[in-house]
Design a protein around this ligand. Structure first.
Ligand code: FES
Length: 120
């Protein structure tokens, strides 16, 4: 979706920096420790909090910078205890948090090609 979001909103990344089947993490706000995972699946960008639902409070999921996918690149993975999540719905499909899901964050792509968190 292309919008006219104000350019003063925190930009996460360039839309074209996320290729099909890729996932990367970006600070939710400038300098924040908590990250937002931006991935492209089926040609669409999806945003998820980097916060595994296995434990209250959430756990960062990557074992290394931007290592958010399983070995086959088919699912988001939490490397603490092996949970795997559907890349488009955020549903846990394997692991200790079946029945739970990741928290979606809405993204907007501006006319400048930058991806930002959507204003609520
Ligand atoms: S903290 Fe993610 S699977 Fe346990």
């Amino acid at each position: 979706m292309v919008s006219t979001a104000p350019e003063t909103t925190h930009a996460l990344c360039r839309a074209d920096a996320i290729g099909e089947g890729q996932a990367r993490g970006f600070p939710r706000t400038p300098g924040a420790r908590q990250k937002v995972i931006v991935l492209r699946k089926g040609g669409r960008l999806h945003g998820w909090l980097d916060s595994c639902p296995h434990y209250a409070g959430g756990t960062p999921m990557a074992w290394k910078t931007d290592r958010y996918l399983n070995g086959e690149g088919t699912h988001l993975a939490c490397h603490s205890h092996g949970a795997q999540f559907d890349m488009e719905t955020g549903d846990c499909v394997v692991g200790p948090c079946l029945g739970q899901r990741l928290t979606r964050v809405r993204l907007e792509t501006g006319a400048d090609g930058m991806v930002r968190l959507a204003e609520d």
